[in-house]
Design a protein around this ligand. Structure first.
Ligand code: NAD
Ligand code: UDP
Length: 320
């Protein structure tokens, strides 16, 4: 009998790629989403399949799924700074109440639960690169705190269920991941720059562009998550690509890739925007024999192909 997995946030960027992967592996997939930042077009190709079902539901409210569940992957949450600044209360609720509901469901179904945590638990880090042993530097009451603290609470609650109830849990700390199906107007740097390049606008660099990020292609991320779910390790594991780049250099790479000659303009750096970020992935290498395979050049080329294929109407939707 096929294993059955519930994926929350399934209509979003990562959730939809996870649906594809689990379908490919022969699982029955139950997808759940309230479409607050996601889009059904990311999963509509799966609708005709017999082993796929979609539930339109807000997981911050009681979650019911009939039948057995072997695994639950909790990916529902706004994930881009402009999204969680616009909907801060829902962000806090889905990380706290939503996680509580899914922990309860996992108990009832005797399912293994994997939660999507984030490099944001490290805040604006004072240790570089960031290993899982670093406790982080988060401004609780700052505008980003709604996301960071929801995710930190989510980790604590998950570990409490693991320790107190013996529930099987996994925690992935995801570092900046990109690829096809990111929402063009979600404000994250890759869709923002790609949209600007395609519309012939100048690229908006926040601050002086000396802040760094390390970008992981979605297929690598999904592989890491898949391996972690099937491992026997319940502590947090970083999954990300350790190749670090400044945002300014990255903007120049995008101009080269897209063959455009727009200028770089500057906007103020958002409050609490981390100045540097790079995962230490030694633990993932050791435990999961995992490391990213797709370099930025190839990953960005594939992502650009996706954005180029959007309709002119979709392309006009911009956040800046
Ligand atoms: P996304 O916005 O594309 O997807 C999130 C999905 O969750 C959307 O489809 C949205 O409608 C759904 N959702 C939000 N609140 C919900 C609720 N209360 N009930 C049901 N569905 C709800 O974002 P993403 O990039 O795919 O991120 C997915 C997960 O991965 C998030 O938990 C995010 O925190 C985590 N993450 C992503 C990254 C990244 O770089 N993409 C980095 C760190 C962590
Ligand atoms: N950024 C930028 N211009 C944009 C969007 C983002 O310079 O149009 C910067 C942002 O300030 C941050 C980095 O790019 O330093 C990554 O931002 P993103 O929102 O993608 O993710 P974050 O890692 O901050 O969650």
């Amino acid at each position: 009998m096929a294993k059955r997995v519930l994926i929350t946030g399934a209509a979003g960027f990562l959730g939809s790629h996870l649906c594809d992967r689990f379908i490919k592996e022969g699982y029955d997939v139950v997808a759940m989403d309230n479409l607050i930042t996601g889009d059904l077009k990311n999963i509509e190709h799966l609708f005709p399949l017999e082993n796929f079902e979609f539930h339109h539901h807000d997981v911050s409210k009681f979650v019911h799924v009939a039948g057995k569940l072997d695994y639950i992957l909790h990916f529902a949450s706004p994930a881009s700074p402009i999204d969680y600044l616009k909907i801060p209360i829902q962000t806090l609720k889905v990380g706290s109440l939503g996680t509580h509901n899914l922990l309860g469901l996992a108990m009832a179904k005797k399912a293994r639960l994997l939660i999507a945590s984030t490099s944001e638990v490290y805040g604006d880090p004072q240790v570089h690169p960031q290993a899982e042993t670093y406790y982080g530097n988060v401004n609780t009451i700052g505008p980003r705190g709604v996301y960071d603290e929801a995710k930190r609470f989510q980790e604590s609650m998950t570990m409490a269920y693991h320790r107190y109830h013996g529930l099987e849990t996994r925690i992935v700390r995801i570092f900046n991941t990109y690829g096809p199906r990111m929402r063009l107007n979600d404000g994250r740097v890759i869709p923002a720059f790609m949209g600007q390049a395609l519309r012939g606008e100048d690229l908006t660099i926040f601050g002086d562009g000396s802040q760094t990020r390390s970008f992981c292609y979605v297929d690598d991320q999904v592989e890491g998550i898949y391996r972690l779910l099937h491992s026997d390790y319940s502590g947090p594991v970083n999954i990300g690509n350790p190749h670090e780049i400044t945002i300014k250099e990255f903007a120049q790479e995008i101009l080269k890739l897209t063959g455009t000659d727009q200028k770089l303009t500057h906007k103020p750096l958002p409050t609490d925007d981390p100045l540097k970020r790079r995962p230490d992935i030694s633990l993932a290498k050791k435990l999961l024999d995992w490391e990213p395979k797709i370099g930025r050049e190839e990953g960005m080329r594939r992502t650009f192909e996706y954005f180029k294929g959007l309709s002119p109407e979709e392309l006009q939707k911009s956040e800046h």
